[in-house]
Design a protein around this ligand. Structure first.
Ligand code: CMC
Length: 392
């Protein structure tokens, strides 16, 4: 290996030092700056958690007010940016719109791209967190042929997003507090997860010194895949395909069949080998939300729980330590509160934006930062002479 370590999939390579998030995969522990994510989900709110991830400490009352005011101030999009949406085909996936439009922010906010300036870094962070829900909701509105709803900044972060998704112009819209609370919990639990694929992508892109918005856009692209954030959408499609508890055994058998590429979506994790603490909290919230919305009317929760129960008794899943992950139950909540399936991964992106931003800022503030540049094991041809086209 020429003195290099071969580590496909980076299962044992640490790419950086970080003080943001700690995971103990054996214990099923997830800490944001030392605080348990499940405790934060119960007692805190998403804005506080954003402040914590960015600054290392929970905010005081005045810090909290200054931060939330600043986020509210940045929720609007430049009017010219609105034209980006109309360039997309009406059935474009919202993740395609999200990554492109966030990349487009690079061309609008030159006043925050001098990463050597702490003030620029601060405004970039706040802009990114404030604008991502506006962009995601506008992408949805465009896909259903409705006008974009502007942010209403007296609302909290989650309520504002729900209003931008579901209100229509000239009509009153009351945000359901059950939906807003459930969304806030989901955003907290998705806020950061140390060096996952999308965060590593943000760091790698950012290490070149590229525009910060472009670095975040690369993270959104990486999140989209079904092995990562795209799993939440895939879970719900899979549950719909299974359709009924009586079909669970058949699908479990498919997931175990090594000649079949089928996987149980929302199951398994590179780091968690015992349980995913996020999934446990989300499952509890599923019950609460469904209760408020008249029960498990489509039977999705019952089906998911049956799937979990059968899988967790099966030798295949036990041996490989495959447990439900964050994506397994989140879609059931999203569906209950009216979020369409193709918006599930953008919901993940909204929550994770603060994590990407915190990691990006941590990286560029590190005086020892170097460009990310992995090596390879070359397996191609050895040197050979060029043959003219007539002689091939
Ligand atoms: N269904 C069936 N078998 C599975 C599954 C699954 N969901 N996940 C892993 N396995 C098997 C896999 O076939 C392999 O078996 P064997 O040892 O016989 O070859 C073994 O378990 C280890 O799997 P792996 O693919 O080497 O594990 P990984 O750490 O590279 O991948 C993962 C982790 C999350 C990509 C994978 O478990 C997976 O594809 N899960 C389904 C997709 C999913 O839910 N992704 C969301 C992850 S959590 C949130 C996020 O990151 O966005």
């Amino acid at each position: 290996t020429g003195g290099f370590t071969f580590d496909p999939g980076f299962t044992s390579t640490c790419s950086c030092e970080s003080a943001i998030t700690f995971i103990d995969g054996e214990k099923g522990q997830l800490l944001y700056r030392g605080y348990r994510a499940d405790e934060l989900a119960q007692k805190s709110n998403y804005m506080e958690v954003c402040y914590l991830l960015l600054n290392g400490e929970l905010p005081t009352q005045s810090e909290y007010e200054e931060f939330t005011d600043a986020i509210r101030m940045h929720t609007m999009l430049n009017e010219s940016l609105k034209r980006f949406f109309t360039g997309f085909h009406y059935d474009a996936h919202p993740m395609a719109m999200l990554s492109s439009i966030v990349s487009g922010l690079s061309a609008f906010y030159h006043d925050t791209t001098n990463t050597a300036d702490p003030e620029h870094r601060k405004i970039f962070a706040r802009r990114m967190i404030a604008k991502i829900p506006t962009i995601a909701a506008a992408a949805y509105k465009y896909s259903i042929g409705q006008p974009m709803i502007y942010p209403k900044n007296e609302l909290d972060y989650s309520s504002n997003f729900l209003r931008m998704m579901f209100a229509v112009p000239a009509e009153e819209y009351e945000v359901d507090p059950v939906a807003a609370e459930a969304l806030d919990v989901l955003l907290i639990l998705h806020a950061d997860h140390e060096q996952n694929a999308s965060t590593s992508t943000v760091r790698l892109a950012g290490s070149t010194g590229c525009n910060p918005y472009a670095a975040i856009s690369s993270g959104i692209a990486a999140l989209w895949g079904p092995a990562h954030g795209g799993a939440n959408e895939a879970v719900l499609k899979q549950l719909s395909a299974i359709g009924d508890v009586s079909n669970v055994d058949k699908f479990i058998a498919k997931a175990k069949d090594k000649n079949d590429p089928f996987r149980l979506m929302g199951f398994g994790h590179r780091v968690y080998k015992n349980f995913d603490p996020r999934a446990t909290v989300i499952r509890e919230h599923c019950h609460k939300v469904l209760k408020a919305y008249g029960g498990d009317t489509d039977g999705m929760l019952e089906l998911a729980m049956k799937l979990e129960e059968i899988a967790l008794k099966d030798e295949y899943f036990v041996e490989r330590k495959l447990y439900p992950n964050v994506d397994f139950y989140s879609g059931i909540i999203y569906k209950a509160i009216g979020i369409p399936t193709n918006m599930f991964t953008p919901m993940f992106a909204i929550g994770r934006t603060v994590g990407w931003v915190a990691h990006y800022l941590e990286m560029i503030s590190d005086p020892g930062m170097r460009i990310g540049r992995p090596r390879q094991i070359y397996t191609g041809a050895t040197e050979r002479p060029y043959t003219d086209i007539a002689g091939r």
